[in-house]
Design a protein around this ligand. Sequence first.
Ligand code: SF4
Length: 292
Amino acid sequence: MKKERQAVILAHYYVDGAVQEIADYVGDSFYLSRLAVDLPQQTILFCGVSFMGESAKILSPEKTVLLPDKTADCPMARMGTVEEIQNVQSTYPDLATVCYINSTAALKAHADVCVTSSNALKIIRQLPQQFIYFIPDQHLGRYIAGLIPEKTFIYGDGFCYVHTSITREALEGTKRQNPQAITLAHPECPKNILDLADYIGSTSSLIKYASQSDEKEFIICSEPGVLHPLKKNNPDKLFYQVPSALPCQDMKKINLEKIIFSLETMANQVEVEESARMKALKPLSKMLELSL
Ligand code: SF4
């Protein structure tokens, strides 16, 4: 069906392992958004949540972008309002609004640049403004702020319920049971989790770190789907989840039946209204430019 439709299947690390297995490319938001632009196929089936399909469509409007389940959404992507953004923008003259890619096109439209957890540090360091308004994820924003002390950060109040479900108590328990294990954490986790981590990074950099490390055991503070590529690529290593970690319910809505249905019917196409697309395109294109 995929060949018939001349489609390419992209999957985020947080979807089920069975879905990752049939994808042409598996990766994090940054890698997948770049691929969506660069790949020659005119039909992209995006196994992820709506802001990912939306970003692909914004960057490549001539392509058909399919989301196997259009109700798969990221709650954090909607945490913030245009009024809040405009209030902060009118308060600070020398301000750059930096929008995490995990956001709706409506929020992106009010940003100067988008970032992912892979490229936020590199991009914000290049911005000339003294004040950085980081939306919507407060935890990623605070983590990056700690690495760029020369700038002054203001934060949105968004958060990811998956990464904030990892509690300090549960992590300490997992560390006590596996004292030899290295702790790897995604920066969407709160500071009290990051304080206990040996390494902090985007999903792809956590996978790279564990794969290249000589250590054999790792505690993963991120969405449990990451354990699929970790175990697959490192059969000689052991990976432990923190028991309080919730799966991302929306990422788990994507399954093989829905993928087949989308390809058969070409249903669930992502549409972004042209004026909204043009407004969100600017910060997304700026992200691609500054992350080179
Ligand atoms: S893991 Fe968190 S940030 Fe990612 S899609 Fe799910 S709710 Fe959104």
